[in-house]
Design a protein around this ligand. Structure first.
Ligand code: PLP
Length: 472
């Protein structure tokens, strides 16, 4: 494709995205799809001869769109948001157009230095401790951040031995709670520690880690000959936004020389608002801390910000130096080579979309977006309170409302299925102590008050249909 053709078709592609966004509300949020039905519409063999790009756009419309869960839909309230925005998508396109690899500073100096600056900007924007400056890196996801942190903790705890000898028969222990994201278990599997390394710590009624029990677990493991390695604390758990108390957990970690990783994948970005800065309370205790602009901060997937306060341990854990990657800049010690801060070698220019988002919205625009999400959660909770058929599990926290229909788990499952199948809105579920509940997560880029009201009407209608079904 020559540049002039690219220009013409590029305009069409941008038009297509703009039209998609403009008419998103007309689509069912989650169209019904039978497994295999999308694939069945694709040719069984690749084309021998090249085709026109418009043919792809036509198939996007005909085959792909009906097979998508529309995450950018203004009435999408499932999981946590994974919101995109114009400035993010445009910069993502620019990044693809530049097609650079930022694995070493020398392989694209601007890629590294813009990223370093963005991470330092976010130290300011989120009110993070000053000692986080210069220790940040963009990872693809919070899962990768956790894995990298665990590898670094292993490196530090073993005095560097794990690089050469693996875990060397050590029985390391990683502390978490039943509310911790499954990424922690996955990281234990990937590192070879295995699930047996995981030690469940008790939680309080709000689902937050019990720091006293943490200390008891650590002492017991040590007495049994195991090595306490890492605590995974969460500021805003996935299921119901519990907040582990870092001011209680941090000193326990310090006393026992245990690495403290703090996962604030969803909630961390809310600290951009003064009144929500509490989400980062106690973060100065963290050895590593992450949050995802790709959830609630208008930056399309993927973009996770990770700070590791001892970057030399991180580099020590992950650096491998083949001859073909040697270069004078790296040898000078004056530059950061981000390939040592992550699992893959190659790396995308993700900082460009973050830069674009921060510049377009400004800090005040980002704050306004977070505040709208919080307001929408309160609006929805207020609507729920007007209908005695529903119970809030707790007052809304940030952009999450957790609730139940006052009926059996089966009826709640049925309600979710009915409302999602109807297509006006989309919600997801979780469980607390074995009890099933529904989650309504706000924060969509295009969501306005009316969409919250429309979702509420759809939910009430589905509940009424359930009532009739039960009576009939
Ligand atoms: N940690 C928490 C608290 C989350 O809520 C999530 C996802 O919702 C994750 C980690 C995983 O995020 P990612 O997809 O960035 O790995």
């Amino acid at each position: 494709m020559d540049p002039d053709t690219f220009r013409t078709l590029g305009h069409q592609a941008i038009d297509w995205i703009a039209d998609y966004w403009q008419h998103l509300a007309d689509h069912p949020v989650a169209p019904p799809v039978e497994p295999g039905s999308i694939r069945a519409q694709l040719p069984s063999a690749p084309p021998e001869h090249g085709e026109d790009f418009p043919a792809l756009l036509a198939d996007l419309e005909r085959i792909v769109l009906p097979g998508l869960l529309h995450w950018q839909h203004p009435r999408f309230f499932g999981y946590f948001p994974a919101n995109a925005s114009g400035p993010a998508v445009l910069a993502e396109l620019l990044s693809a157009g530049l097609g650079v690899q930022g694995m070493n500073w020398s392989t694209s100096p601007a890629c590294t230095e813009v990223e370093q600056q963005m991470l330092d900007w976010f130290v300011q924007l989120l009110g993070l401790p000053a000692h986080f400056r210069g220790t940040g890196v963009i990872q693809d996801t919070a899962s990768s951040a956790l894995l990298v942190a665990l590898l670094t903790a292993l490196h530090r705890a073993s005095g560097g031995r794990t690089r050469d000898h693996g875990t060397d028969g050590h029985r390391y222990r990683v502390y978490l709670t039943r509310e911790t994201h499954s990424a922690a278990a996955k990281a234990a599997v990937i590192t070879g520690l295995g699930l047996r390394a995981l030690h469940d710590v008790a939680t309080d009624a709000d689902g937050a880690m019990d720091a006293a029990d943490l200390e008891t677990c650590i002492r017991a493991d040590r007495a049994a000959g195991a090595t306490p390695l890492m605590v995974v604390a969460t500021r805003g758990t996935t299921s119901r936004l519990s907040f582990d108390a870092l001011d209680a957990i941090g000193p326990v970690c310090r006393r026992h020389g245990v690495w403290l990783h703090v996962d604030a994948a969803y909630a961390g970005v809310a600290a951009i608002c003064d009144e929500l800065r509490w989400v980062g309370d106690g973060v100065h205790h963290a050895d590593s801390y992450c949050t995802n602009p790709h959830k609630w901060l208008l930056t399309n997937f993927d973009c996770d910000l990770l700070w590791v306060t001892a970057p030399e341990a991180l580099v020590g854990a992950l650096s491998v130096l083949p001859e073909y990657l040697r270069n004078p800049a790296s040898a000078s010690g004056r530059v950061t080579d981000y390939r040592h801060w992550q699992v893959p070698l190659g790396r995308r220019f993700r900082a460009l979309k973050l830069w674009s988002v921060v510049r377009w919205y400004g800090a005040e625009g980002l704050r306004a977006h977070i505040r709208t999400g919080v307001r929408h959660a309160r609006l929805f909770a207020g609507l729920l309170r007007t209908d005695p058929r529903f119970t809030l599990l707790a007052p809304p926290v940030l952009g999450l409302v957790t609730f139940r229909l006052n009926a059996s788990d089966v009826a709640n499952r049925g309600l979710l299925d009915t409302v999602n199948t109807e297509g006006t809105t989309f919600l997801t579920h979780s469980e607390k102590n074995g009890t099933y509940f529904l989650r309504f997560a706000t924060g969509g880029t295009f969501t306005e008050d009316r969409h919250v009201h429309e979702a509420w009407r759809a939910l009430r209608k589905a509940a009424s249909a359930g009532d009739e079904g039960e009576q009939g």
